[in-house]
Design a protein around this ligand. Structure first.
Ligand code: C5P
Length: 304
Protein backbone atom coordinates (compact mmCIF):
# COMPACT_ATOMS: atom_id res chain seq x y z
CA UNK A 1 0.00 0.00 0.00
CA UNK A 2 1.54 3.33 -1.02
CA UNK A 3 1.42 6.14 1.51
CA UNK A 4 2.63 9.75 1.42
CA UNK A 5 2.72 12.11 4.39
CA UNK A 6 2.25 15.69 3.17
CA UNK A 7 2.61 18.94 5.11
CA UNK A 8 0.86 22.10 3.98
CA UNK A 9 1.35 25.55 5.53
CA UNK A 10 -1.06 28.17 6.82
CA UNK A 11 -0.99 31.55 5.12
CA UNK A 12 -1.32 35.12 6.24
CA UNK A 13 -1.95 38.12 4.04
CA UNK A 14 0.72 40.72 4.78
CA UNK A 15 -1.26 43.04 2.53
CA UNK A 16 -4.83 42.43 1.43
CA UNK A 17 -6.29 45.04 -0.89
CA UNK A 18 -9.90 44.28 -1.82
CA UNK A 19 -11.54 45.75 -4.92
CA UNK A 20 -15.02 45.59 -6.39
CA UNK A 21 -17.34 42.61 -6.30
CA UNK A 22 -17.19 40.78 -9.66
CA UNK A 23 -20.04 39.21 -11.54
CA UNK A 24 -18.90 35.72 -10.46
CA UNK A 25 -19.45 36.63 -6.78
CA UNK A 26 -15.74 37.04 -5.95
CA UNK A 27 -13.85 40.25 -5.23
CA UNK A 28 -10.90 41.41 -7.25
CA UNK A 29 -7.85 41.23 -4.95
CA UNK A 30 -4.25 42.29 -4.79
CA UNK A 31 -2.67 40.44 -1.90
CA UNK A 32 0.77 39.54 -0.57
CA UNK A 33 0.66 36.05 0.89
CA UNK A 34 3.22 34.57 3.24
CA UNK A 35 3.23 30.86 4.12
CA UNK A 36 3.86 30.14 7.80
CA UNK A 37 5.62 27.38 9.68
CA UNK A 38 2.26 26.24 11.00
CA UNK A 39 1.15 23.12 9.21
CA UNK A 40 -1.62 20.64 8.74
CA UNK A 41 -0.43 17.14 7.89
CA UNK A 42 -2.31 14.81 5.60
CA UNK A 43 -1.45 11.11 5.32
CA UNK A 44 -2.58 9.92 1.90
CA UNK A 45 -2.82 6.16 1.32
CA UNK A 46 -3.75 4.62 -2.03
CA UNK A 47 -6.65 2.16 -1.94
CA UNK A 48 -7.33 -0.92 -4.04
CA UNK A 49 -10.85 0.31 -4.80
CA UNK A 50 -12.27 3.69 -5.90
CA UNK A 51 -13.40 4.90 -2.45
CA UNK A 52 -12.23 8.20 -0.96
CA UNK A 53 -12.35 8.30 2.85
CA UNK A 54 -11.35 11.04 5.29
CA UNK A 55 -10.65 11.26 9.01
CA UNK A 56 -9.82 14.46 10.89
CA UNK A 57 -7.82 14.72 14.08
CA UNK A 58 -7.57 18.18 15.63
CA UNK A 59 -5.19 19.49 18.27
CA UNK A 60 -6.81 19.94 21.65
CA UNK A 61 -7.88 23.56 21.83
CA UNK A 62 -10.73 25.36 23.52
CA UNK A 63 -13.81 24.78 21.39
CA UNK A 64 -14.04 21.42 19.61
CA UNK A 65 -12.63 22.11 16.18
CA UNK A 66 -12.98 18.66 14.69
CA UNK A 67 -16.72 19.23 14.79
CA UNK A 68 -16.36 22.19 12.42
CA UNK A 69 -14.50 20.19 9.75
CA UNK A 70 -16.80 18.20 7.44
CA UNK A 71 -15.77 14.56 7.04
CA UNK A 72 -17.99 13.79 4.05
CA UNK A 73 -17.86 14.80 0.38
CA UNK A 74 -17.91 18.49 1.40
CA UNK A 75 -14.44 18.18 2.86
CA UNK A 76 -12.15 20.27 0.67
CA UNK A 77 -9.42 17.60 0.66
CA UNK A 78 -11.94 15.02 -0.59
CA UNK A 79 -13.08 17.42 -3.30
CA UNK A 80 -9.42 17.99 -4.24
CA UNK A 81 -8.63 14.32 -4.86
CA UNK A 82 -11.89 13.80 -6.72
CA UNK A 83 -11.10 16.78 -8.94
CA UNK A 84 -7.58 15.48 -9.61
CA UNK A 85 -8.61 11.95 -10.49
CA UNK A 86 -11.36 13.28 -12.78
CA UNK A 87 -8.88 15.57 -14.55
CA UNK A 88 -6.29 12.78 -14.81
CA UNK A 89 -8.81 10.15 -15.95
CA UNK A 90 -7.73 7.97 -13.02
CA UNK A 91 -10.05 5.56 -11.21
CA UNK A 92 -8.28 4.72 -7.91
CA UNK A 93 -9.23 5.78 -4.39
CA UNK A 94 -7.40 7.07 -1.32
CA UNK A 95 -7.70 7.27 2.45
CA UNK A 96 -7.00 10.78 3.76
CA UNK A 97 -6.03 11.20 7.43
CA UNK A 98 -5.88 14.90 8.25
CA UNK A 99 -4.09 16.16 11.35
CA UNK A 100 -5.20 19.74 11.90
CA UNK A 101 -3.09 22.38 13.60
CA UNK A 102 -4.16 25.39 11.51
CA UNK A 103 -7.20 27.09 13.10
CA UNK A 104 -10.51 26.13 11.50
CA UNK A 105 -12.52 29.01 9.92
CA UNK A 106 -9.73 31.32 11.09
CA UNK A 107 -8.70 33.24 7.98
CA UNK A 108 -5.46 31.24 7.64
CA UNK A 109 -6.57 28.92 4.82
CA UNK A 110 -6.67 25.75 6.92
CA UNK A 111 -9.19 23.99 4.66
CA UNK A 112 -7.25 25.11 1.60
CA UNK A 113 -4.02 23.74 3.11
CA UNK A 114 -5.65 20.31 3.46
CA UNK A 115 -6.80 20.52 -0.18
CA UNK A 116 -3.27 21.46 -1.33
CA UNK A 117 -1.78 18.60 0.71
CA UNK A 118 -4.34 16.13 -0.68
CA UNK A 119 -3.50 17.16 -4.27
CA UNK A 120 0.24 16.69 -3.69
CA UNK A 121 -0.29 13.39 -1.85
CA UNK A 122 -2.72 11.85 -4.34
CA UNK A 123 -0.51 12.92 -7.26
CA UNK A 124 2.35 11.10 -5.49
CA UNK A 125 0.65 7.86 -4.43
CA UNK A 126 -1.20 7.48 -7.72
CA UNK A 127 2.04 8.11 -9.64
CA UNK A 128 0.39 10.73 -11.87
CA UNK A 129 3.54 12.86 -12.24
CA UNK A 130 1.74 16.20 -12.50
CA UNK A 131 3.97 19.27 -12.14
CA UNK A 132 3.27 21.73 -9.34
CA UNK A 133 2.04 24.39 -11.79
CA UNK A 134 -0.50 21.98 -13.28
CA UNK A 135 -1.73 21.12 -9.78
CA UNK A 136 -1.97 24.85 -9.03
CA UNK A 137 -4.15 25.44 -12.12
CA UNK A 138 -6.52 22.74 -10.90
CA UNK A 139 -6.33 24.06 -7.33
CA UNK A 140 -7.92 27.39 -8.26
CA UNK A 141 -11.26 25.58 -8.67
CA UNK A 142 -11.12 24.46 -5.05
CA UNK A 143 -10.53 27.87 -3.47
CA UNK A 144 -8.84 31.18 -4.19
CA UNK A 145 -5.85 30.55 -1.93
CA UNK A 146 -5.15 26.86 -2.71
CA UNK A 147 -2.70 27.68 -5.57
CA UNK A 148 -0.58 29.80 -3.21
CA UNK A 149 -0.34 26.98 -0.66
CA UNK A 150 1.16 24.74 -3.34
CA UNK A 151 3.84 27.36 -4.07
CA UNK A 152 4.49 28.59 -0.50
CA UNK A 153 7.10 31.23 0.38
CA UNK A 154 5.88 34.73 -0.38
CA UNK A 155 3.67 35.47 -3.36
CA UNK A 156 1.49 38.16 -4.83
CA UNK A 157 -2.04 36.97 -5.51
CA UNK A 158 -4.23 38.74 -8.06
CA UNK A 159 -7.54 37.95 -9.74
CA UNK A 160 -9.57 36.51 -6.87
CA UNK A 161 -6.26 35.58 -5.20
CA UNK A 162 -5.57 32.51 -7.32
CA UNK A 163 -3.05 34.00 -9.79
CA UNK A 164 0.32 33.78 -8.08
CA UNK A 165 3.58 35.57 -8.82
CA UNK A 166 6.42 34.52 -6.52
CA UNK A 167 8.15 37.25 -4.51
CA UNK A 168 11.80 37.05 -3.53
CA UNK A 169 12.01 37.91 0.12
CA UNK A 170 15.03 37.82 2.39
CA UNK A 171 15.23 36.36 5.88
CA UNK A 172 12.59 35.09 8.24
CA UNK A 173 10.03 36.83 10.40
CA UNK A 174 8.55 35.89 13.77
CA UNK A 175 4.80 35.99 14.40
CA UNK A 176 2.37 35.33 17.20
CA UNK A 177 -0.97 34.00 16.11
CA UNK A 178 -4.01 34.45 18.36
CA UNK A 179 -6.60 31.79 17.60
CA UNK A 180 -10.21 32.72 18.41
CA UNK A 181 -12.62 30.29 20.08
CA UNK A 182 -15.24 30.91 17.44
CA UNK A 183 -14.57 31.08 13.66
CA UNK A 184 -15.90 33.60 11.15
CA UNK A 185 -17.40 32.71 7.79
CA UNK A 186 -15.42 34.18 4.89
CA UNK A 187 -18.50 35.04 2.75
CA UNK A 188 -20.08 36.92 5.67
CA UNK A 189 -16.93 39.02 6.14
CA UNK A 190 -16.86 39.87 2.42
CA UNK A 191 -20.57 40.77 2.61
CA UNK A 192 -19.84 43.10 5.51
CA UNK A 193 -16.98 44.61 3.48
CA UNK A 194 -19.50 45.34 0.67
CA UNK A 195 -21.81 47.02 3.17
CA UNK A 196 -19.04 49.18 4.67
CA UNK A 197 -17.26 49.88 1.38
CA UNK A 198 -19.80 49.99 -1.47
CA UNK A 199 -17.40 51.59 -3.95
CA UNK A 200 -13.87 50.23 -3.36
CA UNK A 201 -10.85 51.31 -5.40
CA UNK A 202 -8.95 49.09 -7.80
CA UNK A 203 -6.84 46.83 -5.53
CA UNK A 204 -3.08 47.34 -5.44
CA UNK A 205 0.05 46.05 -3.70
CA UNK A 206 1.84 48.68 -1.61
CA UNK A 207 5.38 49.27 -2.96
CA UNK A 208 6.58 49.97 0.61
CA UNK A 209 5.57 46.46 1.64
CA UNK A 210 7.54 44.95 -1.23
CA UNK A 211 10.56 47.13 -0.42
CA UNK A 212 10.44 45.98 3.22
CA UNK A 213 10.40 42.32 2.11
CA UNK A 214 13.26 42.85 -0.33
CA UNK A 215 15.36 44.54 2.34
CA UNK A 216 14.35 42.24 5.25
CA UNK A 217 13.31 45.35 7.15
CA UNK A 218 11.07 43.99 9.92
CA UNK A 219 10.14 47.38 11.32
CA UNK A 220 9.14 48.72 7.93
CA UNK A 221 7.19 45.56 7.19
CA UNK A 222 5.25 46.16 10.41
CA UNK A 223 4.42 49.70 9.34
CA UNK A 224 2.93 48.51 6.07
CA UNK A 225 0.94 45.42 7.07
CA UNK A 226 -2.59 46.16 5.87
CA UNK A 227 -5.86 44.29 5.50
CA UNK A 228 -8.93 45.84 3.84
CA UNK A 229 -11.10 43.11 5.40
CA UNK A 230 -10.10 44.16 8.91
CA UNK A 231 -12.88 46.77 9.42
CA UNK A 232 -15.45 44.18 8.31
CA UNK A 233 -14.04 41.52 10.67
CA UNK A 234 -13.97 44.06 13.53
CA UNK A 235 -17.53 45.08 12.77
CA UNK A 236 -18.70 41.45 13.06
CA UNK A 237 -16.41 40.65 16.01
CA UNK A 238 -15.79 43.90 17.96
CA UNK A 239 -13.62 42.25 20.64
CA UNK A 240 -10.86 41.73 18.03
CA UNK A 241 -10.08 45.41 18.43
CA UNK A 242 -9.14 44.68 22.04
CA UNK A 243 -7.02 41.67 20.99
CA UNK A 244 -5.05 43.90 18.57
CA UNK A 245 -4.59 46.57 21.24
CA UNK A 246 -3.33 44.07 23.83
CA UNK A 247 -0.68 42.80 21.39
CA UNK A 248 0.48 46.31 20.51
CA UNK A 249 0.58 47.38 24.17
CA UNK A 250 2.65 44.29 25.00
CA UNK A 251 5.28 45.27 22.42
CA UNK A 252 4.39 43.65 19.08
CA UNK A 253 5.65 45.66 16.09
CA UNK A 254 2.27 45.40 14.39
CA UNK A 255 -0.93 43.40 14.54
CA UNK A 256 -3.54 42.64 11.91
CA UNK A 257 -6.54 40.43 11.44
CA UNK A 258 -5.47 37.53 9.23
CA UNK A 259 -7.44 37.41 5.96
CA UNK A 260 -11.14 37.31 6.81
CA UNK A 261 -10.36 36.64 10.49
CA UNK A 262 -10.96 36.13 13.33
CA UNK A 263 -7.35 35.02 13.84
CA UNK A 264 -5.08 37.97 14.72
CA UNK A 265 -1.42 37.93 13.75
CA UNK A 266 1.35 39.95 15.39
CA UNK A 267 4.74 40.62 13.88
CA UNK A 268 7.49 40.51 16.50
CA UNK A 269 10.94 42.02 16.42
CA UNK A 270 12.75 39.33 18.31
CA UNK A 271 11.96 35.75 19.36
CA UNK A 272 12.98 36.74 22.89
CA UNK A 273 9.82 38.88 23.05
CA UNK A 274 7.58 35.90 22.35
CA UNK A 275 7.12 34.52 25.87
CA UNK A 276 6.01 37.81 27.40
CA UNK A 277 3.74 38.65 24.48
CA UNK A 278 2.23 35.17 24.56
CA UNK A 279 1.33 35.57 28.23
CA UNK A 280 -0.29 38.96 27.58
CA UNK A 281 -2.23 37.69 24.55
CA UNK A 282 -3.61 34.66 26.40
CA UNK A 283 -5.62 37.17 28.45
CA UNK A 284 -7.28 38.67 25.36
CA UNK A 285 -11.03 38.13 24.86
CA UNK A 286 -12.14 34.96 23.09
CA UNK A 287 -8.60 33.56 22.91
CA UNK A 288 -8.36 29.78 22.37
CA UNK A 289 -4.63 29.55 21.68
CA UNK A 290 -1.51 31.64 21.07
CA UNK A 291 1.02 30.15 18.64
CA UNK A 292 4.58 31.37 18.06
CA UNK A 293 5.56 30.73 14.45
CA UNK A 294 7.76 31.96 11.60
CA UNK A 295 7.51 32.68 7.92
CA UNK A 296 8.05 32.27 5.10
CA UNK A 297 7.65 28.48 4.90
CA UNK A 298 7.65 26.05 1.96
CA UNK A 299 4.49 25.07 0.09
CA UNK A 300 2.69 21.72 0.39
CA UNK A 301 5.20 18.89 0.08
CA UNK A 302 5.76 15.21 0.76
CA UNK A 303 7.79 14.73 3.95
CA UNK A 304 7.61 10.92 4.28
O1 C5P B 1 -12.26 31.05 -2.86
P1 C5P B 1 -12.80 30.69 -1.54
O2 C5P B 1 -13.56 29.39 -1.55
O3 C5P B 1 -11.81 30.73 -0.43
O4 C5P B 1 -13.86 31.81 -1.21
C1 C5P B 1 -14.80 31.68 -0.18
C2 C5P B 1 -15.78 32.84 -0.29
O5 C5P B 1 -15.12 34.07 0.03
C3 C5P B 1 -16.36 33.08 -1.67
O6 C5P B 1 -17.50 32.29 -1.86
C4 C5P B 1 -16.69 34.55 -1.63
O7 C5P B 1 -17.89 34.79 -0.92
C5 C5P B 1 -15.56 35.12 -0.80
N1 C5P B 1 -14.44 35.62 -1.63
C6 C5P B 1 -14.61 36.78 -2.34
N2 C5P B 1 -13.58 37.25 -3.12
C7 C5P B 1 -12.40 36.58 -3.17
C8 C5P B 1 -12.20 35.40 -2.45
C9 C5P B 1 -13.26 34.93 -1.67
O8 C5P B 1 -15.67 37.43 -2.29
N3 C5P B 1 -11.42 37.07 -3.94
Amino acid sequence: MTTAVVRAPAKINLGLSVGPLREDGFHELATVYMALDLHDTVRVTARDDDQVTVTVQADAREGDEAVAVPVGPDNLAVRAVELLRGAAGFTGGVDLAIRKVIPVAGGMAGGSADAAAALVGANHVWGLGWERDALADLAADLGSDVPFLLHGGVGIGTGRGEKISPVLSRGRYGFLVVVAREGLSTPSVYAEFDRLEPDPEVPHVAPELMAALRGHDTERLGEHLANDLEPAALSLRPELDRVLQIGLDAGALAGIVSGSGPTCVFLIEDDADAAMLTAALWASPGCADVIHTHGPAAGARVIA
